[in-house]
Design a protein around this ligand. Structure first.
Ligand SMILES: C[S@@+](CC[C@H](N)C(=O)[O-])C[C@H]1O[C@@H](n2cnc3c(N)ncnc32)[C@H](O)[C@@H]1O
Length: 319
């Protein structure tokens, strides 16, 4: 498996593609419905934006090139704590069926699926059971290691971001999810020098006051977190979400007492998710960049999974 083909479904800005390409893979098909994400993807991977598939639901499987590995970080809102958890009752939840029909047609050697941990508990575990039944019983895939929740902060990033990873194989290979790294993380590793951060990232007095009022109210009512104020010495932040652009509430960076805090810059969000340096300047507005990084997968986590998947496939081919 030194050379292999893969497809990148629900590709976002290509967080899954980066490590698989680095490890020798050739991406033969990408699909992303969001126009702005497609713009970033096309520029970052030097591709023609018009050739990126826009809506996978409208694409017959036979129009997708054959491939060894299928990658899909499918939309998580239907299963996420932040959403209403409608699961398969939300049309975005049924996007899993797009993945299963493509696997059924192309029978890739392996696939990697990513979602929020809430997928496991959605609808009392029934959603996850349905997914695993389809992959295992209907499509005949093996799961040498159980679908696992990995946290970005165990892979060198100063962010508490837990995600569920499902890795299936056509043959019963010897695969294990990567183990945690021991290295300590620190938020200062990804922050820009404070004198280089533009003023526009400092939140307004009005927004800062409303954050504080909401936090007080949440505490009194015993619900939610409200904002989180981070210090550069903190080991990690909360999970960066796709709604970060709205008010930055989950990660505000302290600028000292009596000063309004600031949001992370898009460049810092790229680093928080472990993207290569080139991704620090996406060709879209700040708001779109925040959404794209909040939606993305943490690259170093996928890199470690990818290494293990490829060595398991390689070992299997030798035998
Ligand atoms: C969780 S994000 C995946 C992000 C990606 N893993 C990354 O690292 O950037 C899911 C993506 O699926 C896209 N999407 C949703 N419905 C789609 C559809 N019908 N066809 C193609 N992409 C779709 C969304 O726009 C979103 O960017």
């Amino acid at each position: 498996m030194d050379k292999f083909n893969f497809i990148d479904l629900f590709s976002g800005i290509g967080g899954m593609r980066i490590p698989f390409e680095k490890l020798g893979g050739r991406c033969v098909f990408s699909s992303e419905i969001d126009k702005f994400a497609r713009t970033s993807y096309a520029v970052m991977f030097k591709e023609d934006e018009n050739l990126i598939n826009a809506d996978i639901t409208k694409t017959p499987a036979k129009e997708i090139p054959s491939h060894d590995i299928l990658l899909a970080g499918f939309p998580c809102q239907p299963f996420s704590n932040a959403g209403k958890k409608k699961g398969f009752k939300d049309t975005r939840g049924t996007l899993f069926y797009e993945i299963s029909r493509i696997i059924k047609f192309h029978k890739p050697k392996a696939f990697l699926l990513e979602n929020v941990p809430g997928l496991k508990s959605n609808d009392g575990g029934k959603t996850f059971e349905t997914i695993m039944n389809i992959l295992e019983k209907e499509l005949g895939y093996f799961f040498p290691d159980c679908p696992t929740i990995l946290n970005s902060r165990d892979f060198g990033l100063p962010q508490n971001r837990k995600r569920l990873f499902i890795v299936g194989f056509k043959k019963n290979v010897d695969f294990h999810f990567p183990s945690k790294r021991k290295r300590k993380t620190c938020l200062s590793n990804i922050l820009e020098p404070s004198d280089e951060v533009e003023k526009k990232y400092i939140i307004s007095g009005k927004l800062w006051r409303s954050h504080k009022i909401r936090k007080k109210r949440n505490l009194a009512e015993g619900k939610g977190f409200g904002f989180t104020l981070n210090d550069e010495k903190d080991s990690y932040t909360r999970t960066l979400s796709s709604r970060y652009y709205k008010d930055g509430s989950e990660i505000l960076i302290s600028r000292g007492k009596r000063k309004n805090p600031r949001k992370l810059t898009p460049k810092e969000c790229a680093r928080l998710q472990g993207f290569p340096k080139r991704w620090e300047n996406l060709p879209v507005s700040d708001n779109q960049a925040y959404r794209q990084f909040g939606n993305a997968v943490a690259v170093p986590v996928v890199k470690e999974i990818a290494k293990n998947m490829l060595s398991a496939l390689k070992e299997n081919e030798k035998n």
